[in-house]
Design a protein around this ligand. Sequence first.
Ligand code: ATP
Ligand code: PRP
Ligand code: MG
Length: 287
Amino acid sequence: MLRIAVPNKGSLSRAASDMLKEAGYRQRPGDRELTCIDTANDVTFFYLRPSDIATYVASGELDLGITGRDLAINADTVVEETLALGFGRSTFRYAARPGTAASVKDLDGKRIATSYDGVVRRDLEANGVKAEIVHLAGAVENAIVLGVADAVADVVETGATLRQAGLEVFGEPIMKSEAILIRQSDNGEEEEEAVQQLLRRLRGVLVARQYVMLAYDVRAELLEEAAAVTPGVESPTVSPLHREGWVAVQAMTSRDNLHQAMDKLYALGARGILATNIDACRLLMRP
Ligand SMILES: Nc1ncnc2c1ncn2[C@@H]1O[C@H](COP(=O)(O)OP(=O)(O)OP(=O)(O)O)[C@@H](O)[C@H]1O
Ligand SMILES: O=P(O)(O)OC[C@H]1O[C@H](OP(=O)(O)OP(=O)(O)O)[C@H](O)[C@@H]1O
Ligand SMILES: [Mg+2]
């Protein structure tokens, strides 16, 4: 039976369970259960603090886990990123009172408050900066006004928390994060079929979220121009229409430029342009 770690609370918890449900797995009914057995798929899910998940996966006790890339890098253990899951996006940045610092180099000899000591230590080392790391469990933005640090290093999503604390980011982002699927690095074992299946299902969810199915009718002589607007993943499907000289086209189209594509098709003379959600899929996407 496959054993998978899922965040039990925090920013990633709900989205991780939702993604697994979309991929056809059973999830716990509430938010207090610590495990959930999915007998149909032969998987047990363990609900753990996201910052502990890399430790369990690295030890080999659990086969896979969902956590944040920043948390995985922050852990003392090494794990492998198997798949980026497209939610829980954030950046990890330094911040201080406006005008105090312009780059990481200005942190030499200063005190930096953070909950992510590992990420900060690595970044300071990479930049040859010697600074004191002040570990705090959370709400690190308060550390400057309360006098325990000169700068902070923390997760920034919208930037609202920093603004409220009167702080400004400075320097290059330390890292970009999102939720990722992790496994033990180099465990030397052939990937089990159950792992392959989970990966196929999660990739299917990613594609289903990213694409819509676009269908339209167009005059046959305009097909090449229309197909250039909607090339699909492999190639658009073209079917004859009862109406002489017209064809029906279907192609997967990225949500990001869906409306531009629909406008172009309409201008070209395509009609009956319909976009529908994809609920699930199995595809071989080119990288
Ligand atoms: N706005 C956000 N705040 C915090 N973490 C976020 C945010 N957006 C994305 N994340 C990601 O969520 C993970 C942090 O998970 P964690 O469970 O610590 O969240 P949390 O909301 O800070 O929970 P906690 O209540 O334990 O502080 C990191 O990978 C982080 O990059
Ligand atoms: O850029 P924003 O959208 O404001 O989000 C980032 C903030 O959210 C998180 O705090 P959280 O609510 O998890 O509290 P914590 O600091 O106690 O973990 C994070 O630590 C930042 O403080
Ligand atoms: Mg937090």
